[in-house]
Design a protein around this ligand. Structure first.
Ligand code: C2O
Ligand code: CU
Length: 727
């Protein structure tokens, strides 16, 4: 069974156990001994089953059961035993009783209270999973226990005129609740003062070093002055909170709250604003200048439908930015009237940190009337996109994004090359500015490249019918040995890109999104020029001469949308052929970080929110991951929630080491956005070769907005900005 299913099963069993125990208590109170006995038997079975489901789930990793094993299960089992021992015999006697009085004895507090108490204890499990999530900490566990104990006392008192030791029990319960509250909230507020959001926002730049943001990390760094390869234990010391699962320990909120040492205070810092692009292109390259003006506008989609949008230059998507490898890209961003402010982030492009467009971290957001000039070398080739990073959840949704494509130097310029940013406007799937299929005539034999970008918050499933094709690049990086594909569903994560290549066959080719929306329909025409319907300027032409697909015997029917809906999803980790990589899962890692993604109550930017949490915290209270230039970093991302989290690290491409413990068997996967689905565990690695301050976040931007972000900071890099935002 998949971890996702096990999580659902465990939840179901825990709810059943709670309902059965509470039901038994209610039936007893209603003086229905037989019903109560039957429900109690069911409750005991469900409680045992819960132990089994937790055990099974533990096989997927400690992260998935930590709060269950340490709190929920002991509580459930203890309460179940107490109820069985105290209420059980009386309940059985009552259900066998022949006299009415004997049957009515079942309604006594000695029966009802233990049964209802077991119900409260059982209910604490799902409540803890929903409200608190990972990890269970002593403070929240105490509060939970106090709530259960309080409910038992209230029930008992309501049923009986005298409760033995009521005062002492009440006092103990209140004390537990208070202690829990202190443990939970005091560290959270003090930690706030040293976590990046606050520390980077400190008025004095010296105090704002990234090292200061996470004192342990800087200390660990100081303890290993050689900066050499750290043992497995040392990286955990570098980020104890973030890496707690690897140690099987708890994420103690207090860890982040320790005081800054003088060494960190005096560490020479280099401001992130020093990390800027060059002023000259590479030899042979040219300077590509663009100006983008952000403004609100009413945009007319291809059908004539009008939508209110936030735009670059009045259009959605914004003007395509294209370059050839080695060019210098210079983009002047202006803001006409986006009152929230705007920046440009080059998604997937490893620009210098000062060009990364993260408001409050690498620059201030550009306010109306302001401007900012981005300059960087077009070193990577492939398909990327740009978008605002200020209030990005709303900004990107409203249209502040565009395509960024870099062609290899000296590539041929024949063929058809379509960039297709897929976005949802008011419930309609739009490709470019098309809310209807893009129709284009293409001469058979023409090389075609389709660049798919998911600019939404959730994944899209694409199918390409009518031809055999190859998925030649993912997130801008060419795959190794991509084989011919047909009858496949391609699930593209939010923020991700797929490049599809094929040779135009003699019949029509149809690209669909989510099995219902026709995105592109190519029809075979006699002459090669064809007709492009639409305003979306094609990206740089790119010919994939190696593509010999179009094998007529395996061509799918372009017209059959229903069939396409049934095509199985391509498993990227098994596609293509292996190739050497600069590091593998057996490499020696200088740092290891684990991010456990969940939902729960957490302190957000000032107020407690029902957050999308990372190791139980929400931005800006998630401890910064601190690395040194040159470090080989291993990042484990665990999803124990019910939402998909497209994980995105700025400034670095990551190499996938494993998903759910299995290494890719196909092409190496270099990604900037990977979908961590419920129950999945991803292990990725990257070389810290791009010094600066970087966002590391979920690219479901509404999740990011609800706390699912943190910073990755290179030791010694500081920010002169307030540091509290990030998009
Ligand atoms: Cu595409 Cu931080 O984002
Ligand atoms: Cu998410």
């Amino acid at each position: 069974m998949t971890t996702d299913r096990l999580m659902a099963l465990d939840l179901l069993v825990s709810v059943l156990a709670a309902a059965a125990w509470a039901g038994a208590g209610a039936a007893a109170a209603a003086r229905r001994p037989r019903t109560a006995a039957a429900l109690m038997a069911g409750a005991m079975v469900a409680s045992l089953a819960r132990a089994g489901s937790v055990l099974a789930l533990a096989g997927a990793g400690w992260w998935f059961v930590q709060e269950k094993v340490t709190v929920a299960l002991p509580l459930l089992l203890t309460a179940s035993v107490v109820a069985a021992v105290t209420a059980g015999p009386r309940l059985l006697a009552a259900s066998r009783a022949t006299s009415a009085a004997g049957r009515d004895a079942v309604g006594s507090p000695a029966v009802v209270v233990p049964l209802l108490g077991a119900g409260y204890a059982a209910a604490a499990g799902p409540v803890q999973t929903f409200l608190l999530g990972y990890p269970a900490e002593p403070g929240s566990a105490l509060i939970l226990l106090a709530v259960v104990a309080g409910a038992v006392l209230v029930t008992w008192r309501a049923m009986a005129p005298r409760v033995p030791l009521l005062r002492a029990a009440t006092a103990a319960t209140v004390a537990a609740a208070l202690a829990g509250g202190v443990l939970t909230f005091l560290p959270a507020t003090t930690a706030g003062a040293t976590t990046p959001g606050a520390a980077l926002g400190a008025a004095t730049p010296e105090a704002a070093t990234a090292g200061a943001a996470t004192p342990e990390a800087a200390t660990a760094g100081a303890a290993t002055p050689g900066g050499g390869v750290l043992g497995d234990g040392a990286p955990a010391a570098a980020a104890p909170a973030a890496d707690a699962p690897a140690e099987g320990g708890h994420d103690m909120p207090g860890h982040a709250a320790s005081a800054q040492t003088s060494a960190q205070m005096s560490a020479p810092g280099r401001p992130v604003t020093d990390f800027r692009g060059p002023s000259e292109p590479a030899p042979g390259g040219t300077v590509r200048r663009f100006t983008l003006t952000a403004r609100t506008a009413t945009v007319t989609l291809s059908s004539g439908r009008k939508v209110a949008a936030w735009t670059f230059d009045g259009q959605v998507p914004g003007p395509p930015i294209t370059a050839t490898q080695g060019d210098l890209v210079e983009v002047r961003l202006r803001n006409a009237d986006i009152t929230e402010g705007v920046t440009l982030h080059w998604h997937g492009y490893d620009v210098p940190s000062g060009e990364d467009g993260v408001p409050g971290l690498t620059q201030e957001a550009v306010r109306p009337g302001g401007e900012f000039v981005y300059r960087f070398l077009a070193a990577q080739t492939g398909t990327y996109w740009y978008h605002t990073h200020e209030v990005s959840d709303i900004g990107v949704r409203m249209g502040l994004y565009g395509m960024f494509v870099v062609a290899p130097r000296g590539s041929a310029t024949t063929g058809v090359d379509l960039t297709l940013p897929v976005h949802t406007f008011a419930g309609t799937t739009v490709a470019g500015d098309h809310d209807q299929p893009i129709l284009q005539g293409v001469a058979p034999g023409t090389p075609v490249r389709l660049r798919l970008v998911d600019t939404d918050n959730t994944p899209h499933r694409f199918t390409l019918a009518g031809t055999v094709y190859r998925l030649v690049a993912v997130d801008g990086t060419d795959l190794s040995g991509p084989g011919p594909l047909s009858r496949a569903g391609l699930r593209l994560p939010a923020g991700g890109r797929y490049d599809l290549a094929f040779t135009m066959p003699s019949g029509p080719v149809v690209l669909r999104a989510d099995d219902r929306t026709e995105v592109v329909r190519l029809t075979a025409t006699a002459n090669g020029t064809g007709h492009v319907s639409g305003t979306d300027a094609p990206g740089p032409q790119h010919t994939d001469r190696s593509d010999q697909s179009g094998n007529a015997t395996d061509v799918t029917d372009a017209g059959d949308a229903a069939a396409a809906a049934g095509w199985p999803e391509l498993d990227l980790t098994r596609y293509g052929t292996p190739a050497p990589t600069p590091y593998t899962s057996r490499s020696r890692f200088d740092r290891r970080f684990t991010l456990v993604l969940d939902r729960g109550l957490a302190l957000g930017d000032g107020l407690p929110i029902y957050a999308h949490t990372i190791n139980g915290r929400a931005y800006p209270h998630v401890p910064t991951q601190v690395v040194r230039e040159g470090d080989l970093v291993r990042l484990t991302v665990v999803n124990r929630g019910r939402d998909t989290h497209p994980w995105h690290l700025h400034g670095h491409r990551v190499l996938v080491l494993a998903r759910d413990g299995r290494a890719p068997t196909g092409s190496p996967l270099w990604l900037d956005t990977f979908d961590v689905r419920p129950g999945e565990v991803w292990e990725v690695a990257f070389r810290a070769g791009n010094p600066g301050l970087w966002m590391n976040h979920c690219h479901n931007l509404s999740h990011a907005d609800l706390g699912m972000m943190l910073h990755l900071a290179y030791e010694g890099v500081t920010t002169p900005f307030h540091g509290g935002h990030g998009g």
